[in-house]
Structure formats: C-alpha cells, structure tokens
Write a protein that binds this ligand. Sequence first.
Ligand SMILES: Cc1cc2nc3c(=O)[nH]c(=O)nc-3n(C[C@H](O)[C@H](O)[C@H](O)COP(=O)(O)OP(=O)(O)OC[C@H]3O[C@@H](n4cnc5c(N)ncnc54)[C@H](O)[C@@H]3O)c2cc1C
Length: 473
Amino acid sequence: MHPLVTLAWLLSTVAHKIWALSPEQVSKELGPQLSQSAVISGWDATKYGRWSEYHAPKPGIVLTPANEQDVAATVEYCTSKEIPFLTQNGGHGWAKTIHIDNDGLIISLEQLNSVTFNDDRTEAVVEGGAHVSQVINAASKNNALVQTANCNCIGTLGAILGAGYGNLMGMAGFGIDNILSLNAVMADGCLHTITPEDKDLFWAFRGAGPNFGIVTSAKMKSYPVGPSGQTAWIGQLVFTPDKLEKVVEEIDAITLEPEMCLFMVFLTSGEPDYTPMIALLPFYYGTEEEGRAAFSSFFDIGPTNDTTAETQYAHWNDVTDVFCSKGGYKPSETAGLSRMVPSTWEEAWDEYVSFVSLGGTGASIVLLEAYSLKTARSFGQDSSAYAWRNKVNFNAIAIPWYFDSSLESDAVAWASRLRDLWRSTDGLDSPAAYINFANDEDLSVVYGENVERLKAIKAQADPDRIFNQWFSL
Ligand SMILES: Cc1cc2nc3c(=O)[nH]c(=O)nc-3n(C[C@H](O)[C@H](O)[C@H](O)COP(=O)(O)OP(=O)(O)OC[C@H]3O[C@@H](n4cnc5c(N)ncnc54)[C@H](O)[C@@H]3O)c2cc1C
C-alpha cells in the first residue's frame, strides 16, 4: 500500500475510535435502545476505581445498564462497533490479563443488584452485580444462608464464576456447586438461560464464566435456617513468630470439619510502628464453645491475643473488611498447595518482615486459606470447569500493598519470589493457581487439564473471542 494511503487509513481508524467513544456519541447511537435508567458516562476513577490500581483498566466510557436487556443491547453495540469491553462487578479482579484503555468501555453491573428468594427459601436469584454484603444481608433477613465469598466488597458472581470459596464450603461446597441455572448475555448479543441440560456451557460457565458471557443473574441454592442457624464463632488469634513452625504443622495436620475454615495472615500492626504479626482467623459455624473445642490444638500452642467471639451472619465478614480497602497498588501472586511445609513458611515470614521494613509497604499481607473440602469434592472433579478441586488443599497469596509507584519493582519481585517459594514445596505435579487469585499465569496453571475442552466450547460459543479479558481461552 502507498505510504500516504496507509497514513490516511491509520488516521481514519484512530478518528473513528475517538469519535465512537465519546459519551455523547454512545448516548446518541445506543441510548435509544436502552432503558431510561441506564447511565452512560466518562471514566471517573473515584466512582468506579478498582481494588488495585496496578495495571487497572482506564476505559473511555462506563455504561451502567439498568436491566438485562440493556446488557444485551450494549454487548451487541460493542460487537458491531468493535469496541473492547469489560464487565465490572466488585472491581477486585487483579489479573494482568484485564486491560481496557480509553478506546474501551466498562459495563458496570452495579444497578443489577437484587437478591430474591422463593417462598420456601431454598432458592435465591442473585443478580449479576450484587456484592457479597448485599447477598448476605438479604439472606440474613430471609432466615437463609447462601454461599458467597468471605469479603463484603466482592462481586458475588465475580467470585463464584471462578469457583467461589466461602465460609460455607464445608457444608455447601464451592459457589459453583450451588448454581442451579444462569441467565447470561453471550457473544451473539442475546440473553440465554443456561441449565444443567446445556451440558458444556453449564460446565464451562462454572469455573471459567467471564470467558463465555455476562451473567445477569444466577439461581442459587439457599439454605433455610432457624434463629440459631446464623451464629458463627470468628475472630483473630495472634501468635509470636517463634510459634510459626507449630502453627503451620497444625494447619497441615488438622482435619477441618464441615463447620470449620481457617486463614493464616501475615500482617502488620499498622501505624505508627507497622510491627509484623502472625494471626489466625478461625471460623466455626456454631457456638463459641463448639468453636473453641474444634480449634483447641491452636489454643494449646499459645496465642498472645484472642478477639474471637460469637457473631451473627450479617457480621461474619466484618473481620475481613480491612482487606476490602480500595486504591493503592497490589500486584498480587498466588500458589495452590497440597501441603503445608513449616520451613517454607518460615522463609516466607522472613521475606514478609524484610519487605514491610522497606517503608510504605506496611499494609501488605500474606494470606493462607484452608477449607473443609470433603463436600466440595463429593460433587466430582468433572462437575465443573474448576480444575483444582481434588488437588489443591490450601491457597497462598502474597499481596504487596503500597501507594508510591516507585516501590513497584520491589513489590513485583517480592510477590514473585513468594509464589516461587511456595511452588517449590507445593507437593503438586505441576503449578496450580485458583483463577480468581491468579495474575498472569499460563492457561494450564489456571485451567489445568480443562484447557482443550474449554477452548473447544469457546470456539463454538464465542468464535470471535469478544469476552477476552479473563485468562482468555
Ligand atoms: C479483598 C478480597 C477478598 C477476596 N475474597 C475471596 C473469597 O472469599 N473467595 C473467593 O473465591 N475469592 C475471593 N477473592 C478473589 C475474588 O473472587 C476475585 O478477585 C474476583 O474476580 C472478584 O470479583 P469482583 O466482581 O469483585 O471483581 P471484578 O474485577 O469486577 O470482576 C472480576 C472478573 O469477573 C468478571 N465478572 C464479574 N462479574 C461478572 C458477571 N456477572 N458476569 C460475567 N463476568 C463477570 C469481570 O469481567 C472480571 O473479568 C477476593 C479478592 C479480594 C481482593
């Protein structure tokens, strides 16, 4: 092509993109097809900002649909205009694969946030943008329990479409094990209801959901409970560093009963000293007496501080609210583990102490999550696209957390070192990562042996790969 022709083509392409993405133009072209309550605006980081600013998308347009027909019209519009788009729910996805800049559009699901129950409270319909706090509040008022993630700020389906670990794991399995059907706008721009009869799609949406469409609502199992059925024993036990070896040995050894979950956290005391601390966050679905008995082996090790207490369902996640703070840079890394190795965790602790001594990094945390997995495993490895149901017993996460971008290279290197350290003794045949905690891993690390089946389903359902932000297949 003649250089002048190439230049003219380039200019017209760029001009088209800029022209196509002003809020006024999108309002003019798409507005008439949307309901009156749908909102089209420019990007506003204070309103739509994400949990981590590291590699965060910064779109030209935010479109907030008011109902699922608006979602369908928006997908159809973006596809016809070749506008890249990303669904935003709670805004906590930290994977580097998420990338939208000012020629792209974010579909914010914040207006799709209702949670309703059937008469006998055995089913809940959770809309695509409902946050965990909204689901728990609605469930609590209806005297029912619904499996969600353990932090109030998370998009309920944002977590569940990747698998969905939560406090009710031991009793209800993963979030995906509780899905009865899904309403989703797919690549054809149409709304579909996906049921277990849609064998491949029902399997693929539950573990790799964001690759296949925008879920506008999910019908989920709900568990009716009486007044005492909303009580759990939760809190924080602090241990001195010399107890770390014993704590880790015990996490490896203990059999978590269905009522139990356990987190270990490296964190600091905060301002002004930022003293590094080791804390356990036990969870027991039941009374204080039962909880203390179930976790007695950790009390035998000798915590120096104990804030545990009986807590009602609507407040179960208060203990993790501190992790919800938005803003700052958090280039996090993860590793799935089959076992806990004390020497690895002692090395991880030394790494943590050294990193938070840098200054400006004192909000950083290291997290280890352990759940009772018997019920989740009873559904069978092939029941969903989540690859690590039978292999991973623990998930470890390093979350560097800083506000001064000059700390980036130290932070990225630190988190990668921890991931490599954990992998070196993970006890697995190959590295594994829970997709919702992953950063930029190879597809085989997040999807395991499911990569080829997922790709084949993707080729049918979304041949042009318009849903391409989330470990795209
Ligand atoms: C503080 C914190 C606590 C966490 N706790 C837990 C936990 O207890 N259990 C757990 O399993 N995970 C947990 N996670 C991980 C969490 O599951 C992921 O970060 C998840 O991706 C967050 O979803 P979101 O909706 O908040 O984020 P978003 O960034 O809005 O969404 C994440 C991805 O999912 C897609 N998506 C979201 N909603 C939909 C939808 N309705 N339809 C289609 N695609 C959609 C988005 O497009 C994006 O690609 C936690 C993360 C953080 C930061």
